[in-house]
Design a protein around this ligand. Structure first.
Ligand code: PMV
Length: 330
């Protein structure tokens, strides 16, 4: 028996960040978070459950994946197999349309696409909320790549209460995210270990306690398309997360000299009247966000910066979606 389905999902950029868990196994986050899906970047994943296979297989961008990546995928597949009451192994093939090794995390789009494809291949029909809960167990931020547009993940306290939902569709606000790649190096500490270090920072409790205030302000700025208010809360939230990272034991320093150069450039462009803001995930690359009306001017300014490897330009993206499966050799 072979049963196959394929799905695609976008990664997302968090405006209010997820950092640290209440439950590391289930990835129940310490605080709620808010993000935008990134149109232009996408993971496409095909899942084939096949009774002839001895064990799960994972092919990432045309190459067999390492043991750790396969084990993480199998853990999510096991959860999905339990729902479908089967034990059949699966072959998973996954491709990113953004070059690998650009330092752009793909776990959100990867686990969102994997969840939707695997559930569909088993003939199960789940709600968006249930898909988001499942994707969360693979990678926390994947819960936010299931719904479309601008998305909030409510932290919750257990598996059932921790899931993401759309606040507004992708057409709501024509924001542009220019991802400025300054390093293509693979990060030394991935986010799964980073989340576990968060609780060692004396600043994490304060960051988490203040998260509801930041979520209110960010939600309001987003719904009212108030860019000035948006800038203030998004940059503060980013800096709070990096302050926790830098004060963990051992400390995590994701910023490089180029990261700080771009932060300072963004501040000076803003002083000159440009609507622009920065945010940074668990790596040195900088997301430069602006309204579409400022996008051409921001692109010109970015052209004046030295030491940039590449720039990926994204607009708000839709939800995870099903694709026609391409039948690959098993
Ligand atoms: O989903 P993870 O475990 O890769 O964690 C994502 C963490 C950040 O990207 C740094 C923040 C976020 O909310 O996306």
């Amino acid at each position: 028996m072979i049963s196959t389905a394929a799905a695609a999902a976008h990664p997302n950029i968090a405006f209010i960040k997820y950092w640290g868990n209440q439950d590391d196994q289930l990835r129940i986050p310490a605080n709620g978070s808010l993000s935008m899906n990134l149109n232009g970047l996408e993971t496409k994943t095909t899942v084939s459950f096949n009774t002839d296979l001895a064990r799960d297989q994972l092919i990432l961008n045309g190459e067999p994946a390492g043991a750790d990546a396969l084990a993480r995928v199998s853990l999510l597949l096991d959860r999905i197999r339990r729902l479908g009451e089967v034990t059949t192994p699966a072959r998973v093939t996954s491709e990113n349309n953004f070059p690998t090794g650009t330092g752009i995390a793909s776990s959100a789009s990867a686990f969102a696409a994997l969840t939707l494809a695997a559930i569909t291949a088993l003939g199960l029909c789940l709600s968006e909320k249930e898909l988001s809960q499942l994707a969360r167990t693979g990678s926390g931020s994947a819960s936010r790549s299931i719904p479309g547009g601008f998305v909030e993940w409510q932290a919750g306290v257990d598996h059932d209460s921790s899931f993401a939902a759309s606040l507004a569709g992708q057409e709501h606000w024509d924001l542009v995210d220019n991802i400025v790649v300054i390093s293509r190096e693979h990060k030394k500490t991935g986010s799964s270990s980073g989340h576990q270090l968060a609780r060692t920072s004396p600043l994490q409790a304060a960051r988490v306690a203040d998260a509801p205030r930041r979520l209110v302000l960010c939600r309001k700025a987003l719904m009212e398309k108030d860019f000035e208010a948006f800038v203030e809360i998004v940059e503060q939230d980013c800096n709070l997360m990096h302050a926790v990272m830098m004060t963990s034991t051992p400390p995590l320093y994701y910023w490089q000299p180029g990261t700080v150069e771009i932060i300072q450039a963004v501040q000076s462009w803003r002083k000159d009247g440009l609507n622009v803001c920065f945010t940074i995930d668990a790596g040195p690359n900088v997301h430069i966000i602006c309204p579409k009306s400022a996008a051409a001017a921001v692109k010109r300014k970015l052209g004046t910066l030295a030491n940039i490897k590449s720039i990926l330009t994204c607009t708000p993206g839709g939800p995870a979606r099903l694709l026609e499966p391409e039948i690959t050799g098993v």
